[in-house]
Design a protein around this ligand. Sequence first.
Ligand SMILES: C[S@@+](CC[C@H](N)C(=O)[O-])C[C@H]1O[C@@H](n2cnc3c(N)ncnc32)[C@H](O)[C@@H]1O
Length: 224
Amino acid sequence: MAEKFNEDNKLTPKELAKHLRQPEGEIGKEVGLQMNKGNKHICLNSYKVLNPKNKDYILEIGMGNGFFVKDLLKMADNLNYSGIDFSHIMINEATIKNKEFITSGKVSFKQASIEKLPFNDGAFDCITTTNTLYFWPQPQDNAKELLRVLKPGGKLLIAYRTKDFMEQLELTKYGFTKYNVTDVENLLNLSGFKQITSQMIKEPELDFDGKVFEMEGMYTTGIK
Ligand SMILES: C[S@@+](CC[C@H](N)C(=O)[O-])C[C@H]1O[C@@H](n2cnc3c(N)ncnc32)[C@H](O)[C@@H]1O
C-alpha cells in the first residue's frame, strides 16, 4: 500500500506549502513528522548517492527535524555532521532527536539560511540537501555559497522532485520554484561546479492528499 501524506487533509495546499518551505510552531512540527514518511526514500537515497567516506565532514542544508541523520552516520566511520535550517522549530526537533550524537560531538545544528552559512571556507568534504532547492532565494548566489564552504574536490549533492512531477501538486503553486534536470545542471555549471552528473531513482508510490503518485527522486552532483 502507498505511504500517505496529509492523509486527513487538515491543511490547505497553501498552508502546507508555507510549512514545507519553513515549518513553524506546532503545525510545523507535525509537517516535519509527515515529511519523515513522505520523503523517507528520497532522503535515504540521497545519502547513498552522497556516499560519504570515513572521517568526512558533511554539511546538510535544510535537514528538517533531522530524523534521518542517524542513517547517514551509519554509512561510514567517524563522520562529522553539521546541519543548518532556517526554521527554529526544526532546529529544536533535530536537537531533541539527535541528543546523543550531539553530546558525543559527532553532530551539530545551527539555525541559519543557505544565503550566509556560518562556516569557514573549505570546511566540508561534502554537502547534501534534499527538497530545499525549490525555496532557494537566489539560486546562483546560494550555490556559490555552498561552493565556498566545500574543500577543493568536495562534492555537492542536490536531491529533488522534478518540475514535471511538481506541477501535478496544487501546493507547488505557492512559493515553489520548479526545476528540471537541465535547469539544475546549468545552475551548478554557472555557479562554478565541475563534473556535474544526474541520476534518477524510482520509489514506491505515495498517497498525497488522497491521490496516488508514481514517485521518483532526482540526484544531481557537482564537484568543486
Ligand atoms: C520541504 S523541507 C525538506 C526537509 C527534508 N530535507 C526532507 O526532504 O524531508 C525544506 C526544509 O528546508 C528548510 N529551508 C528552506 N529554505 C531554507 C533556507 N533558505 N535556508 C535554510 N533552510 C531552508 C526548511 O526550513 C525546511 O526544514
